[in-house]
Design a protein around this ligand. Structure first.
Ligand code: ADP
Length: 605
């Protein structure tokens, strides 16, 4: 590694620490100040206790030969009283410190969740659709919430240990400088072992995210509600259980291998430490026998050395821990530093209302990041205000991708998409998206009340707004909701208490209502009726004109009964638009559309 990159890495590590501390501070400045004050008090208290212990031993030694034992003992008792006071104060501080720590940990964890959630919403859809980034997301979510608190606990331990250690070291050096050498010699090897193995474990874990995620996936399959039916019917339980077990076995074996090696190295390091401790005891005892220090002095120095060793070990351990936590936090920083590729404009233009010319795709080509395959190739088409456009084509021909570009979930690689001649990239994303009501093939099912499920389509309305029920009546979902035990206030789905499960078709109608609630100019319906039976679908589309109410619509459907209502139909084939026109016209042309239409008609008759 070059000098420059070593330097860069070092600066990055310091910065990381800053960032963790900043998170903790932001989560609760009050808690941070309180724990800082406690650090100082708890750092100094041990020296006071030790000194009192020396005074007690010396006072007892003195009273052995004192003429008036009662007076001498009074002095001893007074000192013991002080020592008890110091011990009580220490316990009190410990108690408060624990409380502060708990409060701070909770505050930081929630704060970190806030940061994680904000970023999870902000990042491009790409990060959810690409396994590589999904790993980053997974690692960040795993480590993000609790590592910053651990960093702060390390810093607290470091600060407190540092203060106490300085006090003890001063005392010991006043006895003999060699004690300082023994002290450091005893503690340092253990830390090197920790540092080395922290990094090993971290690298191992980073390399194993895929397997961890995969085992998590099998766990989810086995314990979740979504697959419970299939798992029973296809008898997949044992298979998934076995796969989970195999993955865990490998992970466990590898991890234990590292821990085993670490334990052995730690044992070697500790042996050195123990020898140093006993060498120092011998030195102190020797000086006492020689009469250089009093018995009280001996007790104090013994205590000081033992304590100092403890502090030093604790501190060095905290440094190693800091290092480790920092490494893990790098996962979070990696995630937080992801730059959205679909960007907000610097100088946003307001979205024209009403829309006059409509939406236009001009020579749009698109390739998914990390792939070479051109999914859309030179697509040009336009949707005028009030026009109903249908996209048809075989699976994988690029229709959903077209919609994703239209909604600015991705930006085109080539070409432009405009609204009234203005590039979509010039609008603020939230402004533009307000103009679109969309229902995707994999529409969302919110385990919230029926009312909320619809209301989420336009949260600018109040949750009790009359338009919710009105729209539900148009889409024909009102009857269904009124039959539920608590009507609009019935929780949907089975995740929470009193929830009512709906059929797929019913869920889809709810999602459709949600999309139509939005006061949007363009409705995008990707397979909006795939789970509905033909009769219900007919019902929905009979009212389609009313539902659209002058809005434009882009719909993707495999059902020609639906498609044929569109003003213009675009036929997609391998990412290109190969035919366009009204139903009759396309059938007459006898091309791809006619072929697809004929095939379906034959299938149904
Ligand atoms: P359609 O909606 O017509 O069925 P899609 O637009 O979903 O087609 O898919 C078009 C092509 O893009 C398919 O070949 C699919 O494999 C590919 N594709 C879809 N989503 C992604 C993605 N997130 N990353 C990479 N390729 C994708």
């Amino acid at each position: 590694m070059s000098n420059k990159s070593v330097k860069r890495q070092k600066t990055r590590k310091t910065l990381r620490l800053d960032r963790a501390v900043r998170f903790v501070w932001q989560a609760g400045p009050g808690w941070s100040i309180a724990s800082l004050a406690l650090v100082v008090i708890q750092g100094v208290l041990p020296l006071l206790s030790l000194y009192l212990m020396k005074l007690i031993v010396d006072a007892v030694t003195y009273s052995l030969g004192a003429p008036d034992k009662a007076v001498a003992f009074k002095h001893v008792a007074l000192l013991i009283g002080f020592a008890a006071g110091a011990a009580l104060l220490n316990s009190l501080c410990q108690l408060i410190a624990n409380l502060v720590k708990e409060a701070q940990t909770l505050a930081v964890t929630d704060h970190m969740y806030g940061i994680l959630h904000a970023k999870s919403i902000e990042v491009d859809l790409e990060y959810y659709e690409n396994p590589k980034y999904f790993d980053t997301l997974h690692r960040a979510q795993q480590e993000g919430p609790y590592r910053p608190t651990r960093i702060v606990n390390d810093l607290v331990q470091l600060g407190q240990g540092g203060i106490s250690l300085m006090a003890m070291a001063g005392l010991l050096i006043s006895f003999h400088w060699g004690m300082a050498v023994l002290l450091i010699g005893a503690a340092v090897p253990g830390v090197f072992v920790r540092l080395k193995y922290s990094e090993k474990l971290f690298n191992w874990q980073k390399g194993r995210t895929q397997s961890e995620r995969k085992s998590g996936y099998f766990n989810w399959l086995l314990t979740g509600d979504q697959h419970a039916k299939e798992i029973r019917l296809f008898d997949l339980g044992e298979l998934f259980k076995h796969r989970f077990g195999e993955l865990r076995k490998t992970l466990r074996g590898e991890r234990l291998g590292i821990t085993r090696k670490r334990s052995f190295a730690e044992f070697l390091a500790q042996t050195g430490g123990t020898i140093a401790v006993f060498a120092s005891f011998a030195l102190i005892a020797y000086r006492t026998v020689q009469g250089a220090i009093t018995l009280g002095g001996m007790v104090m120095y013994f205590g000081a050395f033992q304590k100092a060793m403890g502090y030093l070990r604790g501190m060095l351990g905290a440094i190693a821990d800091l290092y480790e936590n920092n490494l893990y936090l790098s996962n979070l920083y990696e995630f937080l530093d992801l730059e959205p590729k679909v960007k907000e404009p610097l100088h946003p233009v307001s979205v024209p209302r009403p829309m006059r010319k409509g939406i236009s795709f001009e020579h749009v080509s698109f390739t998914y990041p990390g792939s070479d395959k051109e999914v859309l190739e030179d697509v040009s088409l336009s949707v005028e205000p009030g026009e109903v456009v249908a996209l048809v084509g075989e699976n994988g021909s690029g229709k959903t991708t077209f919609i994703k570009l239209l909604c600015r979930l991705y930006d085109p690689v080539e070409g432009t998409i405009t609204l009234d001649g203005i590039d979509l990239r010039q609008f603020r994303m939230s402004d533009f998206r307000r103009e679109i009501g969309v229902i995707f093939q994999d529409y969302a099912r919110y385990h919230l009340t029926a009312r909320e499920n619809i209301w989420l389509g336009d949260t600018n309305l109040t949750p009790g707004h009359q338009r919710i029920a009105e729209t539900a009546r148009y889409t024909g979902v009102d009857d269904l909701i009124m039959r539920l035990p608590k009507g609009y206030d019935t929780p949907l789905g089975k995740w929470f208490e009193d929830g009512e499960e709906l059929s797929l078709g019913e869920w889809q109608k709810i999602a459709l209502t949600r999309a139509f609630l939005r006061d949007a100019r363009i409705m995008v319906l990707d397979e909006p009726t795939s789970s509905l039976d033909a009769k219900t679908e007919y019902g929905v589309f009979k009212k389609f004109g009313q539902l659209l109410n002058g809005r434009s619509a882009i719909l993707i459907s495999h059902r020609f009964s639906t498609v044929r209502m569109a003003d213009t139909i675009y036929v997609f084939h391998e990412g290109r638009v190969i035919e366009s026109g009204a139903h009759e016209e396309l059938v007459r042309q006898g091309g791809k559309y006619a072929l697809l239409f004929e095939r379906q008609a034959r299938y149904y008759t």
